[in-house]
Design a protein around this ligand. Structure first.
Ligand SMILES: [Zn+2]
Length: 256
């Protein structure tokens, strides 16, 4: 059985409050059978958990303190540690480094990233990593603190992509890979062993072509996988199956 999946979707965000049921129906129609629900605030957790309870195959859930919230991480830490111990949390994320939006607290971001990796290891769960304008620091930390995980919305070079996969990390590609000027993402996806590739929307952001600029949602995944398949020289069916296997492997990684 093969199906599409969205390994990074903020479907509990406000943008979907009015039509979450319809969105999930559209995903089903588009054969997007599995969704990783990304929670970036505690407020989103309960709703995400009830979806996981309703169908644990279809939904998985991740929580982490986003690097944009690094400055007040201490206030969130105890709850973070509690939440990620819940069996309905499959992965710890998104965590990482963002030097694009916030540049003046790099040491704090690095410290928080490392602390969250250590906590992910303590609960034996993979990490989902956000990295923007910070690829070298991200790589250095992930190399020094090896743990199964995903580089979400990968936007680095092809050379760096290969280095991440050598460490066992998966690379997730989203709408950006469908853009005409996305030579770098395409080259990166083509450069690595396909067993490290994942598809994601990062919805509501980053709609793929031909929906660029509109609200994104999981049912757009086929447009992304089509391009990943093209650059990898595979059929869509093959690529779907490879990505489904990769996602399943990620969720069953043994985290020591
Ligand atoms: Zn995200």
């Amino acid at each position: 059985m093969t199906y599409y999946l969205d390994s990074h979707a903020h479907i509990i965000s406000e943008e979907f409050e009015q039509d979450l049921d319809e969105l999930l129906e559209r995903a089903e129609q588009a054969d997007v059978k599995r969704i990783m629900i990304m929670c970036t605030s505690e407020a989103e957790i309960d709703k995400a958990f009830s979806l996981v309870d309703s169908d644990p195959f279809r939904f998985a859930c991740a929580y982490g303190i986003h690097p944009e919230d690094a400055n007040d991480w201490q206030g969130k830490w105890d709850r973070f540690c509690e939440i990620i111990r819940d069996p309905r949390i499959a992965c710890v994320g998104e965590i990482g480094l963002d030097y694009y939006w916030v540049k003046d607290n790099k040491p704090v971001q690095r410290e928080l990233f490392i602390r969250q990796i250590k906590e992910a290891r303590a609960v034996h769960k993979p990490i989902l990593v956000h990295s923007r304008d910070a690829i070298q620091d991200t790589y250095d930390i992930m190399k020094a603190h090896l743990i199964p995980g995903v580089m979400h919305c990968y936007s680095g070079s092809a050379e760096m992509a290969v280095e991440f996969t050598k460490l066992g990390y998966y690379l997730a590609f989203g709408g950006a890979i469908t853009f005409k000027n996305s030579r770098h993402s395409k080259a990166a996806a083509a450069a690595v062993d396909p067993r490290f590739l994942l598809s994601e929307t990062d919805c509501p952001y980053m709609s793929p072509e031909p929906f660029r600029g509109r609200r994104n949602e999981p049912s757009n995944i086929p447009h992304i996988v089509k391009v990943i398949a093209e650059v990898c020289g595979r059929s869509v069916e093959e690529m779907k199956e490879i990505i489904a296997q990769n996602y399943d492997r990620l969720l069953h990684e043994e985290v020591l």
